[in-house]
Ligand binder design. Structure first.
Ligand SMILES: Nc1nc2c(c(=O)[nH]1)N[C@H]1C(S)=C(S)[C@@H](COP(=O)(O)O)O[C@H]1N2
Ligand SMILES: [Mo]
Length: 249
């Protein structure tokens, strides 16, 4: 394992390629820690992929005429209805868990953090794709503001909706959390995120399949382990069906 990881770092870890990336997950020592405790299969799969590579970005004219919705199209709970009726002015994204400074961020706070806009292709496991422009603060900038504690290994996203009666949640590791294209999107194609697509804020984690892109975000928590969350497999589909936790594309 460690041999694979350090060889991979030698091949792709050229400093020029990594300029501007966060250091936390960008060296072999950090990777060795991140992979510790994971099963061999998962660790090797991830070690062999170029986790730092950027997802392809497209031109504005390549965008899909419509960006469809999938899964929950409206959480419809009384709490969510109240937030939506107030145009999400009272919504707060709570950032907590293994952080030094828990945060409660309003939409205006998200807009004032370092934002990134990107035109990317969304790939759903069910076999459809669509290209759209997304904008929001990088998750990395939010986590830096909160100050990750050393024990943090995963970021867990808690959503406002139940899908099929069960809470939707997702999780990613720190490599994806600090990937420069991983953003908390509040805008889709230059407009506020529609309810069907996860208003007021959803995750974009561009190197993974659609089900990882949690919509209707309410909480972002740093954790040391996924064991105590849901049924312990790290996400709605991972727990309730048998989808892979790491859905790399
Ligand atoms: N909270 C929540 N997030 C979710 C889902 C959901 O049902 N609830 N569906 C997932 C799936 S399977 C896909 S393909 C995308 C769809 O995003 P869209 O509705 O903007 O097309 O959201 C993902 N995130
Ligand atoms: Mo999906």
């Amino acid at each position: 394992m460690s041999l694979l990881i350090s060889r991979r770092s030698l091949i792709v870890g050229a400093p020029a390629l990594l300029a501007g990336c966060d250091q936390v997950a960008r060296n072999s020592a950090a990777r060795a820690i991140l992979f510790k405790g994971e099963d061999m299969h998962r660790g090797i799969q991830r070690a062999l992929m170029d986790r730092d590579a950027l997802a392809r970005e497209f031109r504005p004219d390549q965008r899909s005429p419509i960006f469809r919705s999938n899964g929950t199209r409206d959480p419809g709970t009384p709490e969510y209805e109240t937030l939506a009726a107030g145009k999400f002015a009272d919504w707060r994204l709570n950032v907590g868990g293994l952080v030094a400074r828990p945060l409660a961020l309003a939409l205006t706070d998200l807009a004032h953090l370092p934002n990134r806009a990107q035109i990317t292709r969304h790939d759903c496991v069910e076999g459809w794709s669509a290209i759209a422009k997304w904008q929001g603060p990088t998750l990395g900038s939010v986590l830096k503001a909160a100050g990750l504690r050393d024990a943090a290994r995963y970021i867990v996203f808690t959503c406002a909706d139940l899908y099929g009666g069960r809470p939707y949640y997702e999780s990613i590791d720190l490599i994806d959390a600090f990937h420069p294209q991983t953003i908390l999107a509040w805008a889709l194609n230059d407009r506020m995120l529609p309810i069907a697509n996860g208003a007021p804020c959803r995750l974009r984690v561009e190197r993974q399949l659609g089900y990882k892109h949690a919509k209707y975000l309410m909480r972002v928590d740093a954790v040391a382990s996924l064991a105590g969350i849901g049924k312990g497999h790290g996400g709605y589909w991972e727990d309730n069906v048998d989808y892979d936790w790491y859905a790399g594309i």
